[in-house]
Design a binder for this molecule. Structure first.
Ligand code: TXA
Ligand code: MG
Length: 333
């Protein structure tokens, strides 16, 4: 199958509509990462997403709708704070998990009684969702376990020949996936950290907690139990305090003939010297925005990625650290 990359315009949107309405897949830009979309009401179409990605069949998908869509067609909104959160953060990088009304195929919800709903703010995503005029279920448009894509080219690198159309909406500004928030109970619970932070949610909803994942727990967000965001090159992660050990690790690898690259915050510039480096940025938002882009750049040019964690904590750093801990194995120097 030929995979077309087309800028979002009237013509490509008409084609996207035809493909989605015909039970096919279209990759779409969002403000977080690129998504791989199908008509959420069409179980056969949704199955193609799992097949193309190689995604475990017990990991449910997020339903994406445009900003004028009535989400009560899809879910029961039982908590008042959920409406406040919707008003404050949607459209945007927040996904809320509600009890489902069953309109979306059980293939997408993995037979569960809940549905994750997201209203992306990206103009291209809004135009696409309006054009197709059905709820679109979409995971990140990468091969399962690989780093999420933040450009149309990244999607192409993973899915060339497997899908007919990638809508090109430029580089995603957010850079990490949406915050996934369980809003079925009295206190909202973060299942996956992201750009809408615990602090931001608590300021609107009164309270907000992180879901604790214990071995014995029934998994609430199945995605968290799988390998994720793994670059094609070996990766090693050091804390900010272990930076000297990270430099030594890098130097040792270089000496043995490997092609290592450091990935760290820009403030370490002076200490890096001549070492090959990709700077993630100055603050958490910048680092989130660059993280997947930089990991994909690093895996192309290097055979060892040495990550030094940022020093900051809380806010968007929680989302950045969540991705880093999955992308890179902890190394003890
Ligand atoms: O920013 C994003 O959220 C991107 C863009 C494309 O919208 N999408 C994305 O989808 O990251 P995916 O499939 O890669 O991650 C969805 C996460 C997974 O961890 C999944 O387990 C969780 O959301 N999830 C989906 N439906 C759920 C549900 N009903 N209950 C709990 N967790 C759910
Ligand atoms: Mg994903």
């Amino acid at each position: 199958m030929e995979t077309k990359i087309l800028k979002v315009d009237e013509e490509s949107l008409a084609l996207a509509r035809q493909i989605i309405r015909g039970g096919g897949l279209v990759a779409m830009p969002t403000e977080t990462v690129y998504g791989l979309g199908a008509d959420g009401t069409d179980g056969e179409a949704v199955k193609k997403i799992y097949a193309v990605k190689g995604r475990p069949s017990d990991n449910p998908l997020i339903a994406h709708v445009h900003k004028d869509y009535d989400i009560e067609k899809l879910v029961y909104v039982e908590q008042d704070y959920a409406w406040k959160l919707k008003k404050a953060f949607m459209p945007g990088p927040l996904t809320m998990v509600f009890y489902s009304k069953g309109v979306i195929s059980p293939v997408a919800t993995c037979g569960g009684d809940t549905l994750a709903v997201r209203i992306p703010s990206h103009e291209g995503a809004q135009a696409f969702l309006k054009a197709v005029d059905v709820p679109v279920v979409a995971p990140s448009a990468n091969v399962s376990k690989h780093v999420s894509p933040v450009t149309a080219q990244h999607v192409y690198d993973d899915l060339n020949g497997k899908i007919p159309l990638i809508l090109d909406g430029g580089k995603c500004s957010g850079g990490i996936e949406s915050t996934v928030l369980d809003v079925t109970e009295k206190v909202p619970r973060i299942l996956r950290a992201g750009l809408v932070t615990r602090e931001m949610i608590a300021s609107v909803a009164g309270d907000c907690v992180y879901a604790e994942h214990k071995e014995t727990d029934k998994v609430r967000s199945p995605g968290v139990k799988y390998g994720h965001y793994m670059p094609r090159a070996e990766t090693a992660r050091f804390t900010a305090e272990e930076k000297v050990a990270a430099f030594a690790y890098f130097d040792e690898a270089k000496k043995s003939g490997r092609k290592p690259v450091l990935l760290c915050e820009t403030s370490l510039k002076e200490e890096i010297g001549e070492r090959n480096v990709i700077f993630l940025g100055e603050d958490a938002r910048e680092m989130a925005s660059n993280l997947f882009y930089d990991l994909r750049a690093a895996e192309k040019t290097s055979d060892l990625i040495v990550v030094i964690e940022p020093r900051g904590t809380g806010g968007v750093y929680d989302g950045v650290m969540n991705r880093l801990t999955k992308a890179a194995k902890k190394c003890n120097g």
